[in-house]
Each structure stands twice: as C-alpha cells, then as structure tokens.
Unconditional design. Structure first.
Length: 337
C-alpha cells in the first residue's frame, strides 16, 4: 500500500486539501517506523485556505503577530497546516531539525521526498541533524535530540553531539514551559540511565541542572523519582522551569524519603510515592486507619477537642503503623496512658 493511500485511510479528510501540498515530518517518520501517527502536518503555500477546505473550526497556533500554524480537529484526527518555507519543499526540509523528521510525501505525485537520508537513519536508529545552524533557529531542538533518542531507543550521531555541545548553554534561552515539557517526556520513558548519559554527553546537563550528571545504574524510574535524584533544590528548580506545586511537593518528599524511609515516613508519603523509591524497603500497611476516632479518644482521656487531642490521635496512628498497637483494646490502653 502506498504512503498516500495509508495516510488517506488514517486521515480521511486529507484528500480535500488543495494541491500542491506535502505531508511532512512526524507522520512520515512514524509510518515508515511502523507506527500510526497521532496527527498529520501539512505544508502548503496557503495554509489557512487549505485548513478551511476541511470545513471545520480552524484553530490558530502561535501568537497573533506570529501565527505558526493552523489546526483542525475532526474527532480523533488532528490536521496541522503550516506555510511551505520559501514556497519550496526542498528549502523547507533543509530547515528541519533531524533527518528522520526531514522527509515529506508529495500528495500530488504520491512521492516520498528524502533529500537528507532520513529513511536510512530511521533504519539505523540514528538521530542526525540536518544542519548545525538549525539549532540556532530553535535551541530546544538540542533537547529534542535527547528526547527522540531516549523515547525511540535511538543513538545520537557524533557530529550532532559535537554541534550541540558548544551551544548547550543556549537551552536556557528557551521558554521554561517548552523545556519542562521535553524533560517530562525524556524522564517518563523509563530509560533514566540512558537519559542522564545523553544529557551529560551533549553537555545539556550543566545549564539545565547546574551540575554534571554522574553515571546512574537504574534504567526504570518514574519521572518524579528521576528528578529527585538529579535536582538539588526542587523548589528553586520547579519555579525556574514552571513545575506545578504538586510536582514540587512530590519531588521534595521523595528526596526526604531517600534519607529517611522508616514506616511512618513512607506511610505519610503515600503508596504512590513510596513505590517509586529505587531500592527495596519494608512498606507499611497503607490502609491503616486510627482504631479510635476523636470522640472516642476525648471520652477516654477527658480532653476537649484541640491540639492535644490531635497529638494523641496522631500518636495512636504512628503506634499502629509501627505495629505496637493492633487491637481496639490496645488502642484504648494506649490513649488512656
């Protein structure tokens, strides 16, 4: 089956797009790699008109003074339309980041255009730049090289690494949200050792984390745990790279658990975070509830509701977690003392 026919089956409204038009980048890469693309990017001389031919709501992507693309969402199908650079597909592909993303399908001729050897590199599982100067156009592409290598299990070729290294500091000029998104993809791929090694090799580790990352042994780690191992100050790092407050709390908690992971600390952290630790520990029973409620404790102790009553209830829960109190009778004896 031809690439065009496959694309038309996956994205039924693609046949409405006025020609000349080219499907570019990720959709072609994914199809040649044996995966179904989640969306399709179309390069056209008049992207707005092309988007409107789908006769559905057109979403403008980018800022008002710099519209980068137009998006149409039809159910599960996403169509993105961008202007063909210099109205020339050759020039357009030459300005892209990596060879495996610099392929295009001419919808008019059903012809695969691959001027930079993307299909070869896809088969060899290599992330190779198209041109070193393209990193200057968008420094985030340096981090994207690491992300693609980690997520797809590819290697970054030596020339690409050599081009990134002297430019690595420029990653700090990229919008924090864009950097944070790439880092979340990199460290959510369960290839922690590989990710850290790639960041170290490209010299992106120092501008991002303030230090050279050491070698790690563990490959499978949750994103939050990976950050707890790498980031020295979760609050400062999270504010710099626009983490959510919950992410900052989770990473801070995990860093504390690395130092103190007794049953009570693990219980307080919760099963979700405790299970992320990269070593074996005895886990508490996370379903434990206090054997006595506040009213019952007040009746036994004669205390009015307040801080002292709360401390006794907490002490009872700690005793249960540690196993020194197991029954209601033992709980009543504990609080009466």
């Amino acid at each position: 089956m031809s690439l065009r026919k496959t694309l038309f089956e996956l994205f039924p409204d693609l046949h409405k797009v006025p020609l000349p038009a080219f499907v570019v980048g990720g959709a072609i890469r994914d199809l040649l790699h044996g995966a179904d693309p989640a969306d399709v990017d179309i390069a056209s001389n008049d992207p707005l008109t092309a988007a409107r031919t789908l006769r559905h709501k057109v979403i403008r992507l980018g800022k008002e003074d710099h519209i980068s693309a137009y998006r149409v969402v039809l159910g599960e199908h996403v169509y993105d339309f961008a202007e063909l650079l210099d109205h020339d597909i050759g020039a357009d592909l030459a300005r892209r980041d990596f060879t495996i993303n610099a392929m295009a399908l001419d919808l008019e001729r059903d012809e695969l255009l691959d001027p930079h050897g993307g299909r070869r590199d896809l088969a060899a599982r290599v992330v190779r730049m198209v041109n070193a100067e393209n990193f200057d156009d968008d420094p985030l592409r340096m981090l994207k090289a690491v992300r693609m290598a980690v997520v797809y299990g590819f290697t970054i070729d030596d020339a690409t690494i050599a081009a990134i290294q002297p430019r690595a500091q420029r990653i700090t000029s990229v919008a924090a949200e864009r950097v944070a998104f790439e880092l979340s993809l990199i460290f959510s791929a369960n290839r922690f050792r590989t990710a850290a090694a790639s960041l170290r090799e490209t010299h992106l580790d120092v501008p991002l984390f303030g230090r050279e990352l050491p070698p790690f042994d563990r490959e499978e780690l949750a994103y939050e745990m990976a950050m707890a191992l790498i980031v020295d100050d979760p609050r400062a790092f999270g504010e710099r790279w626009r983490w959510s407050e919950s992410m900052i709390r989770d990473v801070t908690t995990l860093k504390k658990l690395m130092k103190e992971h007794d049953l009570v600390a693990l219980f307080d952290a919760g099963e979700r975070l405790a299970s992320m630790l990269p070593f074996e520990v005895e886990m508490p029973d996370f379903t434990i509830k206090p054997l006595l409620n506040g009213e019952e404790i007040a009746k036994i102790t004669g205390l009015e509701p307040g801080a002292q009553l709360g401390r006794i209830k907490r002490a009872l829960l700690v005793a249960q977690i540690r196993g020194s109190v197991k029954t209601r009778e033992e709980a009543e004896a504990f609080v009466s003392e």
